[in-house]
Design a protein. Sequence first.
Length: 146
Amino acid sequence: MSSDHKLPANHEIYRILRGEIEHEDQLINHRLSWLVSSQAFMLTAFAITLNAPVLFVNPIYAKLNRILYQLLPFTGMVSALLIYPSILGAIIALQRLQSHSRGRTPADLPPIHGSSLTIILGHCGPLLIPWVFIVTWLVLLSPRWD
């Protein structure tokens, strides 16, 4: 019989809740990593299109460059908008788990989660970084640059 079966019920609940909270936290981290990686790739590609030669060897390259110049900001903004709900979903799941865990921490173990302030501050990055990229792409799409 494993040592897990010998845990008191409140310790087992603590372990399960803590594991679920860690899982959702990792999902947020992975999703934010996807976002930042994809945005870095698209911003780099966009900068390369801006530095394209004035005269191309083949006229089709000029057309493709114009398409990329228009498509990359749209793609960057849409990908940020698509990743944002998945980050929001994980944060909502975390809040539910944290609410469910209140008052269930055994006295001999540390709290399952931090204070309300540290939770709010910890969620600022995942909730706001997508919007930084969305606004950046909106500015780049602005017609006043044409």
